[in-house]
Design a protein around this ligand. Structure first.
Ligand code: PEP
Ligand code: MN
Length: 338
């Protein structure tokens, strides 16, 4: 259930509602929207009628049920959409958020060249994996601690906040120290203990869709993070497994407008993993933005043919710059900026 408060409520009135909701054995999550404050009440559905009585309070506008299984992620809670700040860069606003960088951090030279290239092309955030979830235990697993330090330094040098993947809950403190946003990869999209732990930090989380995760399951994964108290969650569609083998994954662009209907969380698209083929990245990036994505995640490597992971899908910096140029008129046609 959500309790929608009347405009201009005082802090005391919010505190009163929170206390009353908690006395009814519900968890109260206060969400300050642009115009309204909403209190999302999470708990067992029986007893919801008691929450309905709160409507009699003068500063309560209405009490309404959230019919979907995800409660805090539901659009109704924040109809205007969430804007998530990553060290000053906003995701979910009018401006598209572009995250770019190599699949993995491989060396100081490599990550610095990638950082300089994506900065020049117009990216807003730098990505790079230090802990890599590889299908084979014999494949390059990432530079770990050293990779985190190199990524952070490369981001600082060009003035971009950094995003990197977290695989193990034990590494959260370490990764939080070096990164501005923590990515949960497709393979961990339903690692509930990891998601819960990420709910107890405040840094933004980039949650990627699992390769066979339904949209409702995807939002329930986001709900794990939100319900522990971290409101800073950004979703990323990165392709799903289908019978088609011509591409690495099938980029599910239906997900974008549907997620935008169902949730207030920003939605990004990763056409690099979604296709697995560099020549498809730009057309699918344009299609993603046309479908309503709030931004993109693009893999960019200074020398893709020498990449230690995901070489075939990574763009050279010049090609990334071309992608950004082609994106500008599409963004403009949709009333969004780059
Ligand atoms: C990545 O972003 O490099 C990655 C491993 O992506 P995914 O988890 O979507 O496969
Ligand atoms: Mn990759």
């Amino acid at each position: 259930m959500i309790v929608v408060l009347k405009p201009h409520v005082t802090d005391e009135q919010v505190a009163t509602i929170v206390k009353m909701v908690e006395e009814l054995d519900y968890h109260a999550h206060v969400i300050h929207g642009v115009e309204r404050t909403v209190v999302a009440c999470v708990g067992e559905e029986r007893g919801e009628h008691q929450l309905g009585h709160l409507e009699s309070l003068a500063f309560v506008d209405r009490v309404m049920p959230v019919l979907r299984s995800f409660k805090l992620a539901a659009r109704e809670v924040r109809p205007e959409g969430s804007r998530i700040k990553v060290d000053g860069v906003e995701i979910g606003g009018n401006r598209l958020a572009i995250i770019a960088g190599p699949c993995a951090v491989e060396s100081r030279e490599q990550v610095e060249a990638a950082a300089a290239g994506v900065k020049q092309g117009g990216a807003h955030l730098l990505r790079g994996g230090a802990f890599k979830p590889r299908t084979s235990p014999y494949a390059f697993q990432g530079m770990e601690d050293e990779g985190l330090r190199l990524l952070e330094a490369a981001g600082r040098k060009v003035g971009l906040p950094v995003v990197t993947e977290i695989m193990d809950p034990h590494d959260i403190d370490l990764v939080v120290e070096h990164a501005d946003m923590l990515q949960v990869g497709a393979r961990n999209a339903q690692n509930f203990s990891l998601l819960r732990r990420l709910g107890r930090i405040r840094k933004p989380v980039l949650l990627k869709r699992g390769m066979s995760t339904k949209l409702e399951e995807f939002l329930m994964a986001a709900e794990y993070i939100l319900s522990e108290g971290n409101p800073n969650v950004v979703l990323c569609e990165r392709g799903i497994r289908t019978f088609e083998t011509a591409t690495r994954n099938t980029l599910d662009l239906n997900a974008v407008p549907l997620l935008k209907e169902w949730t207030h969380l920003p939605v990004l698209v990763d056409p690099s993993h979604g296709t697995g083929i560099w020549s498809l990245v730009t057309p699918m990036a344009l299609a993603s933005v046309a479908a309503g994505a709030d931004g993109l995640l693009i893999e960019v490597h200074p020398n893709p043919s020498a990449a230690r992971s995901d070489g075939p899908q990574q763009l050279k910096p010049e090609r990334f710059a071309d992608l950004m140029k082609s994106l500008a008129p599409v963004a403009e046609a949709l009333g969004r900026s780059l």
